[in-house]
Design a protein. Structure first.
Length: 229
């Protein structure tokens, strides 16, 4: 007698593919950030600070300071005590955008800013400028430092007294539009270059008489805080 063939085993039912849960999504996001974030571990503190600063193209600055009159730019930089301080107090702010870095230590920034002068002037000031900056100082590994020079138009709603003169002796050449020449030093910790302290010398320049024959304009020293984002 022939035994019947054994029945074929039933095929196992297919299981649905697992649905990624929150943990899987978080892991994927972490992997994506890791893949797109450059490795800065092999850089010096200074080069790492430069890379971190360049990664944040935008920045905003708030500042406060005082005007200084009765002195030439070169004299006020070398001997600031020779000027007449406090005719005006300034409060203002600016927004910057990092356009490019070149030759390793040089940067080009664009800036739009404004300030208000309290005191003898009681008027606003507005500018749109380009800043050429340098950050190749030998101590950058310890204090991230930049130095910048600006060039661009500056406008005041009311001329400071040093530019308009007095009723008895008015300045013969005047212009609300002048050049915004503003040397600036900034300081930051290399690990946190997005937080900067800025020291700025704001000078309204006639560029040797180019602006309506004006040779000397208003000067101010300001200190500010900048955040890069």
């Amino acid at each position: 007698m022939v035994s019947p063939a054994p029945a074929a085993a039933a095929a196992p039912a297919s299981e649905p593919a697992p649905v990624p849960g929150p943990a899987s999504a978080a892991a994927a996001a972490t992997a994506l950030v890791t893949a797109t974030t450059p490795d800065l571990s092999g850089l010096s503190p200074g080069d790492r600070a430069r890379a971190l600063a360049d990664a944040r193209s935008w920045s905003g600055t708030l500042f406060i300071g005082s005007s200084v009159a009765d002195g030439y730019l070169r004299e006020l930089i070398l001997q600031p005590w020779t000027g007449s301080w406090g005719d005006d107090s300034l409060v203002g702010g600016a927004v910057q955008y990092r356009v490019a870095r070149f030759w390793r230590f040089f940067m080009l920034d664009l800036e739009v800013g404004g300030a208000y002068r309290f005191g003898q002037t009681e008027g606003g000031e507005f500018w749109t400028v380009a800043y050429l900056r340098y950050d190749g100082f030998p101590w950058t590994d310890y204090v991230y430092t930049t130095f910048g020079l600006s060039f661009g138009p500056d406008y005041v709603t009311r001329l400071p007294q040093v530019e308009r003169g007095t009723d008895q002796k008015p300045e013969p050449n005047q212009s609300r539009f002048l050049n915004f020449f503003s040397p600036e030093l900034t300081f930051a910790l290399p690990d946190y270059p997005q937080y900067e302290v800025a020291l700025r010398y704001m000078h309204r320049s006639g560029i040797f008489g180019t602006y309506n024959g004006v040779w000397e304009g208003a000067n101010s020293f300001v200190v500010g805080f900048r955040y890069r984002f």
